[in-house]
Design a protein around this ligand. Sequence first.
Ligand code: TYD
Ligand code: MG
Length: 454
Amino acid sequence: MTKVKKAFFCKNCGYESAKWLGCCPSCGEWNTFVEEIVSKPATSALGINNYNSKAQLINDIDVSHESRLNLNSVEINRILGGGLVCGSMVLVGGEPGIGKSTLSLQIALKCPDIKTLYVSGEESAQQIKIRAARLGSNDAQCYILSETLLETIVIQAKELKPDILVIDSIQTLYTERIDSSAGSISQIRDCAMQLLKFAKETNTPVFVIGHITKDGTIAGPKVLEHIVDVVLQFEGDNSHAYRILRATKNRFGSTAEIGIFEMQNNGLREIENPSEILISQHNDLSFSGVAIAATMDGVRPLFIETQSLVSTAAYGVPQRSTTGIDVRRLNMLLAVLEKRAGFRLATKDVFFNITGGLRISDTAADMAIVSSILSSNFDVSIPTNSCFCAEVGLTGELRPVPHINQRIGEAARLNFKKIFISRYSKLEDKPPANIEVISVAKIEELMKILFGKN
Ligand code: TYD
Ligand code: MG
C-alpha cells in the first residue's frame, strides 16, 4: 500500500509547508493553512528533457516565429498587446456573474477562421449552445466539451489540435494525480502546471477562467498569477452595464491598456469611444451642478461627467454622499472650498455622482468635482463645451497632472471648446487650434472665471 503524503498549504498565497503554521511566512496571513493530500509531488511544469537544455547567446535567439493570433476584436487584441501570442497562457479573473464565460465564448465564436475548443466544467453543452444562440453564433469552428477531468481534456485537445483552448473554469478541474477535491489549491496548481505544459509543448494559447470573490479570498487565481503569462481582470458592477477589462500582468505587452465593454442582451459590445457615451448629450440644455472631467485610466483618456447637488441641510448634521469617488476625497475638497472659497459647509448637504457607474481614482478629476459643487451651490450652469483637468492641493492651488497633451488632444477630438488646466502644466506640443486652453493657478481664480464671484 502506498503511503498517503500530506502537506499544508496557505489558502492565500499557496505556500507549502510540512507542518501546520499559524502565520504564513510567505504572505503573513493568519489561520490560512489547510491540510491537503498530495500523493505525488507536483512535477515541474516543463520537466521533460530538462537535463539537456543549453545556454544561448541572447543575440542568437530567434524570435521571428513569435506569432500572434488576431482575435477579431479591437479591444481584446489591444489589451493583449497586439493579438494572442501562441503558446501563452492567459488567466481571466473576475467576480461571478461579471461576464467571463460570455467574453471567452464570444472570442471563440467571433473568429470564423480559428478553431477553438471551449471546455466547460460548469455548464452542459446544451446550456452553452443556448448562450451561443444568444450571442448570435455564426458558423464558427467552435468545439464544446463539458468535462472536468484534466487528463481527458488534454487528450481531447491533443486529438482535436485547436488554435485556442478555453478552460471555464480552473476551479472545477481535477487531475487524477492528486487526491484532494476539485478547487483545492494543490489541484488548481497541478492542473495549471499541466495546462502550461500543454500550451508550451503544442504552442497552443490557453485561456483559463478563474473566480475571485469580492475580498479576493479564493486562493486559486492568486496562486495562478505567478504561473501564467497574462492576467486579465474583468471589473465592473453587476448592476451597471459597463465592464472594464484590464491587464494586470502581461509578459507580451503593456499593462496600462484597458478595454471597455457594455453587457447587452446579446452579449458584450465593445465601446471604442467611451467618453462619447459617458457624457450626456444635452448640447442645447445646460444644468447647474454638472462638470466634465478629463481623466485617464491607464493610458486611455476617459471623459466623464461629474454631478453635484448642494442643498440646505434639513437636519443638524449635513449629509455627504458619493458614488464613483472616495467620500474622503470629497470631504477633503469641501474642506479646501471652505477655507479658500468661503463655502459654508456646516449648513449644506452635498451629494456627488459620477455617471455611468464608473469609479475614478485619477486626481485630475478634482477640478471638475470642485466646479460642479460650486456650480450647484450658485445654481449657475457651466457651459457644456468646457472640461477640466487638474488636481486640487490642500492650499487651494491647482496642480498639474500627467499626460496633459493627450488629454487636451482628446478634448479637441470630442469637440470641447475650452479646457481648464493648471497654470503649472508643462505643454510639450502646441495645443490644437480648435480648443482654447485656460490656465488657472488657484480655486479663487477658477471661481472668478466661471461664476464671476470673488
Ligand atoms: P457569465 O458570462 O455567465 O458570467 P461569469 O462567467 O463571469 O460568471 O454572465 C454574466 C451575466 O451576463 C449573467 O448574469 C447574464 C448576463 N448576460 C447578458 O446580460 N447578456 C448576454 O448576452 C449574456 C450571454 C449574459
Ligand atoms: Mg461562468
